[in-house]
Design a protein around this ligand. Structure first.
Ligand code: HXC
Length: 509
């Protein structure tokens, strides 16, 4: 009996070594942790329960029948807890065949995906791999397809998070792409469909892996990734922080954590946040941090389309999604990038029953051929569509400008927001006063234009015309924003909306 127990311990110890000491050392030298070290950091201490530790590949082609059989086959899978809540995880082991995906490797991931969906619990994938196991050919492709299909079936049911912590190429990119959030580690991770050599052959471009698909590219240019972190440790700790904001699935509602920040806290400094000069910017993040619990804000896509700010926060200990125009970047205008960014975030919140607080200071949609040729109409429509289909509580605060179509789009009453507040500094109008007057009174002399501009400003550049019509429910004091928003969200907890049956909508993609 003792022998058998020792054998088990030996086999476990062998499996834990993955591709061996030499490759583990190489992994550390590159500033990367191993698959198991990453899981240890992601999950609560001693909470990891591993599955399929002894699974091995069954390939025979291209010398694989003679190749070393490494238990685990390049991916560590199982479940554990993050601050006590169940989370499923798979972590690619680069020390075993470069973390490449074989038929059996895929089966391990699929098992975890199926369990996560059955248990209605989040799943996190940690990526560090060289794509399909080249020796296995089509069996690996089939494995990818099975993984992708499950990612899609779980979409909108359980949170799916991908963290790229090394190479992520070929077949490996599409599973993350379907998940809800992708995070990357700066300098050590990259993602692309085809690598620099293929790019060189096909397009004759010379690029490095970093230039083609590093964290900077994907967080600021392509918007494929939602954030990047300095190293493995920071990335995993931040993912833990994100998980704390997310519901376990789409039916249980947001988690509630103890909060020491009273909901009726007033902040007098907000009364002077908006400058007297309407063209002067101010930082909307200051408002976000002053309104939410303990100033704790997890920003999504911080480096992309900074003219709109999206992220998770809490009010009365319960998660809310924040969407806010940012006057500091392009005056907070809505362009294609900002619209797409906002739309995806709004849809995430709606899918997972996370109430949305929208802070509005928007001068309109960005004019120009670049925008129109780039499909601004369709991209702007995505945001409009996303808000309009929401059934979650929507609370809107207009701090300053709410002009033109962008007024409608940014969670206005007309498209379904529940509680709409405006600050006394709000200006709700078709467009800025000068532009409006120049169109209505074309040909009028400068003095006349100035007089009419003043008249237009006095009449329309305030929240009161909208308030007179009930388009805003109340004009509120900036300092009481937190209290008002918290009260509105508390009242909206029982919101229930029926929609006509349909297979699915047809959002303008
Ligand atoms: C089998 C692989 C492998 C793969 C790496 N290895 N990728 N084994 N299949 N795809 C093995 C290497 O042989 C090596 O084994 C170990 O992993 C580490 O690889 P290195 O090349 O030494 O590491 P590094 O220099 O860091 O380069 C990492 C890499 C490179 C950039 C990922 O290995 C690479 O380019 N691999 C091939 C990538 C690729 O073309 N994949 C197929 C994509 S096509 P030893 O024994 O020496 O440690 C695809 C199609 C699916 O995925 C599409 C579905 C939609």
């Amino acid at each position: 009996m003792k022998d058998i127990l020792e054998q088990l311990e030996d086999r476990r110890a062998g499996a834990r070594l993955g591709g061996g000491e030499r490759r583990i050392e190489a992994q550390h030298k590159r500033g990367k942790l191993t698959a198991r070290e990453r899981i240890e950091l992601l999950l609560d201490k001693d909470s990891f329960e591993e599955f399929d530790m002894f699974v091995q590949h069954r390939a025979v082609d291209f010398g694989m029948d003679k190749a070393e059989k490494i238990p685990g086959d390049g991916v560590v899978t199982g479940w554990g807890t993050v601050n006590g809540r169940t989370v499923f995880v798979f972590s690619k082991d680069f020390t075993v065949f470069g973390g490449s995906l074989s038929e059996t490797h895929a089966q391990k991931i699929i098992k975890i995906q199926d369990m996560a969906l059955k248990m209605r619990a989040p799943i996190v994938g940690l990526f560090d791999a060289g794509g399909a196991r080249i020796q296995e050919g089509v069996a690996a492709l089939g494995g990818y397809g099975e993984v992708f299909k499950r990612n899609v079936q779980a979409s909108g049911v359980i949170p799916q998070i991908s963290v790229i912590m090394g190479p992520c190429a070929g077949g490996d990119v599409y599973s993350p792409a379907i998940t809800d959030f992708i995070f990357m580690v700066r300098d050590t991770s990259y993602m692309f469909v085809t690598g620099p050599e293929v790019v060189k052959t096909v397009t004759n471009e010379t690029v490095t892996s970093e230039e083609l698909g590093g964290a900077k590219v994907h967080t600021s240019k392509s918007s494929v990734a939602d954030g990047s972190f300095e190293n493995d440790v920071e990335a995993l700790l931040q993912v833990r922080r994100l998980i704390d904001f997310l519901p376990a699935n789409n039916t249980v509602g947001v988690p509630e954590w103890p909060s020491f920040d009273v909901p009726d806290r007033v902040d007098m400094s907000l009364d002077t946040l908006v400058p007297d000069n309407p063209n002067k910017p101010y930082d909307i993040k200051e408002l976000i941090l002053k309104v939410v619990d303990e100033g704790d804000f997890f920003e999504i896509q911080q480096a992309y389309a900074g003219n709109i700010v999206t992220g998770f926060a809490r009010i009365e200990g319960r998660t809310v999604g924040i969407v806010a125009n940012q006057p500091m970047v392009l005056a907070g205008v809505l362009d294609s990038d900002a619209s797409r960014k906002g739309a995806r975030f709004v849809r995430y919140c709606d899918a997972f029953e996370i109430p949305i607080v929208t802070l509005v200071d928007v001068p309109g949609f960005l004019p120009g051929t670049a925008q129109e040729y780039g499909g601004l109409i369709k991209h702007g429509a995505k945001l409009l569509f996303a808000y309009s289909e929401c059934t979650v509580p929507l609370v809107t605060v207009i701090t300053r400008k709410a002009f033109g179509g962008a007024y409608d789009v940014m969670a206005s009453k007309h498209i379904g927001a529940d509680v709409n507040y405006a600050w006394p500094t709000a200006q709700i109008a078709v467009m800025g006063a000068k532009g409006a007057v120049e169109i209505i009174f074309r040909g009028m002399d400068a003095d006349g234009i100035a007089a009419k501009t003043k008249e237009y400003e006095d009449r329309f550049m305030s929240p009161f015309v909208a308030a007179e019509r009930g388009y805003v429910d109340e004009v509120i004091m900036p300092h009481s924003t937190r209290r008002r928003v918290a009260r509105a969200l508390a009242m909206l907890r029982t919101k229930s909306v029926e929609r006509p049956w349909r297979k699915h909508d047809n959002i303008p993609l």
